[in-house]
Write a protein that binds this ligand. Structure first.
Ligand SMILES: [Zn+2]
Ligand SMILES: [Zn+2]
Length: 553
């Protein structure tokens, strides 16, 4: 029986596998369509829009995803400490009012952890978020185990990668997206085990190639054409890839060339009975994107290592039985309708910003507590009875089974993962009931601010003085700085300095990724029905898995 989404009015079905999951979790069917639920959860995660602010307890300055928010924000060292009492905010349930109203009041007064980092694992890496185990990193987010990485998101186990997204176990890479085990690569997408390559797409095991697509184990190829070693060196030199113009020209030509080559309908590796995109090493996972190591999951994004989850976004890490949760993970078990709960939580419902908690309902900012409701401690028996009564109360108000209403989210739509997957204009976002936060740039404390176009074309001609200037973005006019570590990298790698603000660079990378919406379309070779992230109106040639593999191997 089709349902009508209470948010966007779309008609949607709840298939049997989801009904079974709902029954097992003891929840009613959701009143919103999968897309609205997905966007709502994505809006809970602001990974990379960071603000300089003060800790509301100690006054210490630090970097936080929270700017002007209604609740106190504490530096993580303080937030995890005994310097404050989370139970102090506890309150009784008012049975005459809807529960969400009471929960929002609690969310608005309890101190929030001001930066999502793994305490004690960051060395010289202050300007980061959603991060752990970093050394000498700057402006990276959703990231672990890196050294000398700058400006990027979802980078894991890398050394010296700059302006990259979704990069794993790589070194000395620049402006790469969705690449693994690459070395000295630039402007590459969906590549594996490549080195010294420029502007490649879907290549594996290639070395010294430029502008190629769908190649395996090749060397000295230019736009899929085999050259001799000498000819390759000559043509590469002529392309002047150390200059802004040279890189622009290469990327333009590569973009045109890629349109003549078949695109794989989605990116999946080592999967069994799965659907989605950029999904790896998984079993029985459906409609999942940007995920790894899933089993029996559906509607997940940016999750690694999770089992039995439905409607789960960010971030897994040994999590199981998760339903309608955003920004939760690290040993989570049986969480429903939660946000931003990290590390060793189990059996939580409607909780936010809790850690090490068990059996809590509608709590905020709790550390290692159990049997609490609205931050008030109950005995085990009292908790169980009150929880049952509260669910009945929420049912009466149409709240039980629904995720936190939009007004719970302190972030602007444009600050969060929602905008990354589904960009909206300010007008559209506000019309849909989301917040918006226009970027406000601090006035750079520099000798001068110059338009980026006035800089020399070649990295060889960039003076050291640039470290004392700010330059303005060619697209957005926003000022940005070049830091010493970054300039050293560009010089070492012979890369021209970027012409865009870091946010604009990120936006452009995201634009190069396929959409996160699945379209029905037919394979351009065999005519088979496929579900792909390339909409039917897109200019790419799209092949089903069989046709794609017969083409490239
Ligand atoms: Zn909807
Ligand atoms: Zn086909």
């Amino acid at each position: 029986m089709p349902h009508t989404c209470t948010d966007c009015s779309a008609r949607y079905e709840i298939p049997e596998d989801e009904q079974v999951f709902h029954a097992d979790m003891g929840v009613p069917p959701p009143k919103q369509c999968p897309h609205c639920r997905f966007v709502r959860r994505l809006n809970e995660r602001n990974a990379r829009n960071l603000y300089r602010r003060k800790c509301d307890l100690t006054g210490k300055e630090f970097i936080s995803p929270y700017s002007d928010v209604p609740f106190p924000v504490y530096h993580p060292d303080v937030w995890f400490s005994d310097d404050w009492d989370d139970l102090k905010y506890g309150r009784d349930i008012d049975w005459n009012r809807p529960f969400f109203d009471q929960l929002l009041e609690l969310f608005h007064c309890v101190p929030h952890q001001g930066q999502f980092i793994c305490p004690g694992t960051l060395e010289n890496s202050e300007y980061v978020n959603c991060a752990g185990y970093l050394k000498d990193c700057y402006l990276v987010a959703e990231t672990d185990y890196n050294e000398k990485c700058l400006y990027g998101n979802r980078v894991f186990h890398n050394i010296s990668v700059v302006d990259c997204s979704n990069i794993y176990e790589s070194e000395l890479c620049y402006e790469c997206i969705d690449c693994t085990k690459c070395h000295s690569c630039r402007y590459c997408i969906d590549c594996l085990n490549c080195s010294d390559c420029f502007a490649m797409r879907n290549c594996i095991g290639c070395h010294d190639c430029i502008g190629c697509m769908n190649l395996r184990q090749k060397q000295y190829m230019l736009f899929n054409e085999q050259l001799s070693k000498e000819e390759y060196a000559k043509r590469k030199k002529e392309m002047a890839l150390h200059t802004t113009g040279g890189v622009e020209s290469l990327r333009g030509k590569a973009k045109e060339f890629f349109l003549t080559q078949p695109h794989r309908f989605v990116q999946m590796e080592q999967v069994q009975n799965c659907s989605g995109d950029h999904l790896f090493n998984s079993k029985n996972a459906h409609d999942c994107v940007d995920c790894t190591d899933l089993e029996d999951c559906k509607y997940c994004a940016r999750v690694f290592n999770a089992k039995s989850a439905l409607d789960y976004t960010s971030w897994g890490d040994k999590s199981e039985r998760m339903y309608q949760c955003g920004a939760c993970g690290d040993n989570a078990y049986n969480l429903k309708f939660c946000t931003t709960c990290a590390t060793n939580n189990s059996d939580l419902e409607y909780c936010g910003h809790c850690t090490g908690c068990k059996n809590c309902f509608g709590c905020a900012g709790m550390r290692k507590k159990q049997h609490c409701i609205l931050n008030k401690q109950y005995s085990k028996k009292e908790y169980e009875n009150t929880r049952k009564k509260l669910i009945k109360h929420m049912e009466k108000h149409g709240e039980w089974g629904e995720y936190f209403p939009k007004q719970f989210c302190p972030f602007g739509y444009n600050e969060t993962l929602a905008a990354e997957y589904f960009p909206l204009t300010k007008k559209e976002a506000l019309a849909q009931g989301y917040r918006w936060r226009d970027p406000v740039d601090e006035k750079p404390k520099v000798e001068k601010v110059i338009p980026v176009k006035k800089l020399p074309q070649s990295i060889e001609d960039i003076p050291d003085d640039i470290l004392h200037w700010a330059v303005t973005c060619e697209e957005t006019d926003r000022p940005f700085r070049i830091i010493k570590q970054e300039l050293d990298f560009y010089r070492q790698m012979q890369i021209p300095v970027p012409h865009f603000h870091p946010d604009e660079r990120h936006r452009r990378r995201m634009e190069l990724r396929p959409s996160r919406v699945f379209y029905d379309r037919t394979c351009d070779k065999c005519g088979k029905e496929i579900q792909t992230t390339y909409g039917p109106q897109r200019p790419e040639i799209v092949y089903c898995e069989e046709c794609y593999l017969s083409e490239v191997y």
